[in-house]
Write a protein that binds this ligand. Structure first.
Ligand code: AMP
Ligand code: FE
Ligand code: FE
Ligand code: ZN
Length: 283
């Protein structure tokens, strides 16, 4: 069997490994293909493009976009983009602005409570191109307010907690259309993360499919055998592609290993082949 990883973050967003470092790890562990799916940016692909010619690994262009469906933040992955449309550029620009103003909001609250933080300083010190909540989590750890990143999120950075500031997300339908206009194959990321009931998840997937969704992420770090089977059934029911990936972030999610997740993950190459088929069919 040949294995792949279709969900990987690099320093182009909030991962701590550069795209070339990711490729080296992938080579060492024998992955056949890797999709770089940075949050709200395609910049990770530029660097990989420069180095991947020597690599035996197939690089798949990808992105992960945050969007909104019925008041919930949901993430879309998209693969095999080849012609970035104006509306996708515009969506990316809006996401960047909404993140920046959210970050200003978090910094304001931290400073008000005596935790000194300057976004400019964070940016100049940061290895990653996108300053996201993992950065604020590290800062809270440095100040002794939490021991580990998950604890910092749980205590301070999630809804209802003192340093959570809501971001504005574009509507999922406009994101699906922007991704499809760019030749991308859109997939619903980590469907279990949204805590939807079975009925609501089916409603969501049905509506997304009517608006261009091509697949759902059935394999993901930490998903049990039962959860993978549950999502596989849904994919079959809606005639959607199955995908899978680790959501590797390097040291920002230290227990997740590229290609293996928490240890149990193995995504077969055929999942990528089905994405290519889907692109052929609609393209
Ligand atoms: P942001 O996009 O700035 O709101 O930050 C979201 C990012 O924070 C996600 O992409 C993850 O990388 C990370 N993240 C979210 N929740 C957690 C958590 N509970 N533990 C660790 N990292 C998290
Ligand atoms: Fe992330
Ligand atoms: Fe995500
Ligand atoms: Zn991700």
């Amino acid at each position: 069997m040949q294995y792949i990883d279709l969900h990987v973050h690099t320093t182009a967003s909030d991962g701590t490994c550069t795209p070339s470092e990711v490729m080296k790890i992938g080579e060492r562990i024998g992955l056949k293909a890797i999709a770089i799916t940075d949050h709200d940016t395609l910049k990770g692909l530029d660097e990989v493009g420069k180095t991947s010619k020597k690599s035996p690994i197939e690089v798949v262009s990808g992105i992960e976009i945050s969007s909104e469906w019925e008041g919930t933040e949901i993430h879309l992955l998209a693969y095999l983009l080849d012609n970035i449309s104006d509306d996708l550029r515009d969506t990316i620009k809006k996401l960047k602005l909404s993140r920046e103003s959210r970050n200003e909001g978090i910094a304001y609250l931290l400073n008000r409570d005596g935790v000194r933080v300057s976004i400019e300083k964070l940016r100049s010190e940061s290895r990653t191109r996108i300053i996201g909540r993992p950065y604020f989590a590290r800062l809270l750890i440095d100040k002794g307010l939490a021991k580990e990143i998950p604890e910092a999120f749980q205590k301070y950075l999630t809804p209802g907690k003192p340093y959570f500031v809501k971001r504005v997300f574009p509507d999922v339908k406009s994101c699906l259309s922007a991704l499809r206009n760019s030749g991308g194959v859109p997939v619903l990321a980590h469907p279990i993360k949204y805590n939807f009931s079975n009925e609501k998840l089916l409603d969501c997937i049905s509506e997304l499919k009517n608006n261009g969704l091509c697949g759902i992420e059935c394999m993901y770090s930490g998903y049990s055998k039962e959860q993978v089977e549950y999502l596989t059934e849904i994919a079959k029911k809606f005639n959607l592609c199955r995908t899978g990936g680790s959501d590797f972030h390097g040291k920002n999610k230290p227990d997740i290993r590229l290609g293996y997740g928490y240890g149990e993950l193995r995504v077969p190459y055929e999942y990528l082949a089905s994405l290519k088929d889907a692109k052929q069919k609609y393209g």
